[in-house]
Design a protein around this ligand. Structure first.
Ligand code: ADP
Length: 243
């Protein structure tokens, strides 16, 4: 029925246990518990509904006021060295993610963080660029890349580290449809678990599971078809209330 079929060696298990995040008095996530074994999972919700915060706790980048997050048993916020091997995050804006002036330096960085020498890292970077038919990008200045190309650099820099889980925060913002299709094509072939956050329902049509978040809690959790229907109805009602 159009769902993706990807067979991993062993499914990655993500456990969010009673997670709460507050900013001052504002509750962003409230006592959230979720168990995820599916390989393609979406989170949908309005702006400000806590989606980015959720990705940050999954990556171990955000302190929890309560609870914990485990990926294959590792508490990602506590064991940072293990966490960077388990989970990679791609932010909404590649300009906030990329730190080096050239593609080669950017892609090399994560690998040297994992302990590889510069030469070992460069061999992997070049092999990876070849795989995507972009070997001429090695010396390329980041500033000469389009937005979609920068997104691809972010994706490759994360994939090079071979994480078990890929976290995507609205990765299609500001890119045109052909570029989006190309990125979707790259993503669909990956064996990693993908947790993808967006406010665009169509993104998730072929996913195995979709979770709708609002005001820090889960409003619906199920197949994309049923969750999208509930979400659309609710969003329409918001419109009627606000205009
Ligand atoms: P989404 O990704 O769904 O748009 P976020 O997780 O980015 O939602 O934000 C949820 C809420 O938390 C928003 O109201 C936002 O203003 C607030 N928020 C996010 N980061 C911070 C922060 N560092 N300090 C205070 N409030 C924050």
């Amino acid at each position: 029925d159009g769902q993706m079929e990807i067979s991993p060696d062993k499914p990655t298990e993500i456990e969010i246990c009673s997670a709460s995040v507050f900013y001052g008095k504002e509750r962003i996530l409230e006592n959230l518990s979720l168990s995820i074994k599916e390989q393609r999972v979406g989170f949908i919700g309005r702006n400000g509904s806590g989606k980015t915060t959720l990705l940050r706790i999954l990556a171990g980048l955000q302190e929890l006021n309560n609870g914990k997050v485990l990926i294959d048993g590792t508490e990602v916020a506590k064991k940072r060295n293990e966490a960077i091997k388990k989970v990679g995050i791609i932010f909404q804006n590649p300009d906030h993610q990329i730190i080096f002036p050239t593609v080669g330096e950017e892609l090399r960085f994560g690998l040297t963080q994992l302990g590889l020498s510069k030469n070992e890292a460069d061999l992997k970077v070049i092999a990876c660029l070849k795989q995507y038919d972009k070997v001429d990008w090695f010396e390329r200045s980041i500033s000469t890349l389009s937005q979609g190309q920068k997104h691809l650099v972010c994706l490759l820099s994360v994939l090079l580290m071979k994480p078990r889980v890929l976290l995507l925060d609205e990765p299609f913002t500001g890119i045109d449809i052909p570029t989006q299709l190309k990125l979707e094509h790259y993503l669909s072939s990956l064996k990693q678990t993908i947790i993808h956050v967006s406010h665009v329902p169509e993104t998730f049509e072929n996913y195995q599971r979709l979770i709708w978040m609002d005001e820090g809690i889960i409003q619906a959790d199920g197949t994309p078809k049923t969750v999208i229907k509930k979400y659309r109805t609710a969003m329409k009602n918001y419109d009627e209330k606000t205009i």
